[in-house]
Design a protein around this ligand. Sequence first.
Ligand code: OAK
Length: 839
Amino acid sequence: QIPLSSRSLWKKFAVKEFSEKSDFERDFVHHIETTLARSMYNCDDLAAYQAASNTVRDKLIVEWNETQQFQTLKDPKRIYYLSLEFLMGRAMDNAMLNAGVKDLVKDSLSELGFNLEDILEQEPDAALGNGGLGRLAACFLDSLSTGKYPSWGYGLRYQYGIFAQRIIDGYQVETPDYWLTFSNPWEIPRHEIQIPVDFYGFVEEEFNPQTNETKKIWKGGERVIAVAYDFPIPGYSTKNVNNLRLWSAKPTTEFDFSKFNSGDYQNSVRLQQRAESITAVLYPNDNFDQGKELRLKQQYFWVAASLHDIVRRFKKTKRPWSEFPLQVAIQLNDTHPTLAIVELQRIFIDLEGFSWDDAWEIVVKTFGYTNHTVMQEALEKWPIPLFERLLPRHLEIIYTINFFFLQQVEKKFQSTYSQKELENLLSSVSVIEEYYPKQVRMANLAIIGSHRVNGVAELHSELIKTTIFKDFVKVYGDKKFTNVTNGVTPRRWLREANPELAELIASKLGGYEYLLNLNLLKNLENYLDDKDFKHKWDIVKLNNKFRLTKLIKKLTGIEINPTEYLFDIQVKRIHEYKRQQLNIFGVIHRYLWIKSLSPKERKSLVQPKVYVFGGKSAPGYYMAKLIIKLINAVGELVNNDADAEGYLKCIFVPDYNVSKAQIIIPASDISEHISTAGTEASGTSNMKFVLNGGLIIGTVDGANVEITREIGEDNIFLFGNLAENVEDIRHAHRYAPHLELPESLKQVFEAIESGKFGEGDEYKPLLDSVRYHKDYYLVSDDFDSYLQAQELIDEAYKDRDDWIQKSIISVANMGFFSSDRCIEEYAEMIWDVEPLERD
Ligand code: OAK
């Protein structure tokens, strides 16, 4: 505590945020000369980026401090968003836009001899996520800050984010993404916040003769320290700045002297290095559970540190424990943080001396769980032997949770179910899967330990109730299960990614208010007959296509004249269920068709198209890697074929990431969201593309359904089988003697096998998965319907005026898909929290 007599001095010298160019310029030069120890004679774009970002950061920190102080004083209920992934992308542009200082910084930098756009390119992406789930977490943080919700994100500070993808001879090659090479101005190391986290060891029973009770005590065998790094999260057009706290693993400073004395110094050091490996690298799997010990360690490390922090903050308020769920809402971003449920129960029981029931009541009220996939292979399960070794006390607690839960189920159903039915129900909802080896089912635990479970789009939320979690609906009824359809932040995905469109919209809607209330976009429908507006709309798209072709030229060397082509884009993780194979088979089909035409016919019949692909495959996902190789091989042939020149291009953009998405998405005429119906939980890039004036071709899956409802069926190209029929079709495939392919697909397969795209045999597994291995993803069933939809697109694009009309109507009706709306829904239905306005 600073003595009262000193405080006026503190106030006098309190940091002043820059608000004028001259302030920015002064602070910039200051950072160049002191923070970076450089000078005007020694200042490249990288140094300028660092100085500029430090200057913007300083402004953020002032508001961040004040927000945190204010929240501590008011002590409102807080939301804690636990996510193992935060796919943030770049921070600088976002920070400037949110604080409303971009123009000022741009002008200042120009006066100082730099170009803002070049400087922004210096920033590495914070790529601490795989795809949809991680990017959603990032959008939510933006909306939480913008909506002034007192909230913290908790995650891990991986030293290596998602790998950088290189394409060598058409193949994906992974290279490490060491994003912390230069000091990172957007994080504040909190070296003073050090939380010990234990692993392994054993459980002891301690008898208390006074109470006549025995108590369990976990004696951990290996200790690691969690150090906090804080990332300020600015809101748009508000002084509210929330916090994202990421944990980094460090060894304890306590040295193992027994090893040291026995001369085993090297081993002693090795043990310390082992600690740091916990937060070394993000697991690069999307929608897939690999089940590695280190991953479980990551999960517990993160959850233990975060809960310690949350509980400590609560205890400081001296409120009674019964108020815990009134002050704390914890949201589990998929099952990765499910151990938090067990850890909180452990804290209450073992450390705070609660009764089981009192503790459990608080725990369940505190947690909410969001499910992000129905893919079987993504559902997390941990082998009991591993669990028992790593977290022996937690396993005991899980058994007890399960015991009481199953008892409750038995009681509820024993009078109405037969013995067999009851057994089936119990084994299906049990946290423990009784096969060899026995496993802990994390989703079951997450459901039992949360008061609300939500899916991420209407169709998905219905599906989980009738498939993977149907037996839980029997137990709990369906009130516990709800839906919050995903959304995206319009600040990053419209204003930042597409400044020209954002400005054009602002010019009609009287400013940028719509970025805070996206439903205002609806007013764009007043301009459907405004020729000048529609012309400008068209020009913006063209400019964005130019911007993308520049990027393509830089990354692949391929030159494209955007005025000639319709841009058809599919960018997302490469996965069989997302069906990039369907897309590339379609491209091949088109190529064969073009080849079959005379030059004259081509001219009159063919709509010129560029197909753009981008996305990473998990390093161990053979089939996905083969799809990448095929796309590149098709590009190699098509892009160099004179017959196809001016009609067809096929591009694979390497190393798709958030900052590239910001350039790619605004350039689409059409984007592809073509997962097998029932497999894509929501999708969020579909929303980004439409918000940027692109139309979409898609299956009746995930959020495509709600997008269609909002923008109208006339403005979307839907095709393919419906989710409700998928199981029957699969069943038919399974029992058919052989699968009959449509003629169109046969042609494509023949072309591939003939060696047009390199060694035909190479793609055998891809073709076989369709024709001999039961075509699980229904490529053959949907192919013709897909081709028809593509034809409709070609037809529709000819009437450019109508196309622009569709594009405007679509954008006008995207208000629902703002992540601000999602956060309001979570706040009301799940968290019971209110915004806190800073005075
Ligand atoms: C990743 C790992 C495990 C489980 C799910 C995921 C994941 O990324 N799921 C994706 O989440 C997005 C956000 O909710 C959805 O839009 C995607 O459809 C879904 O695949």
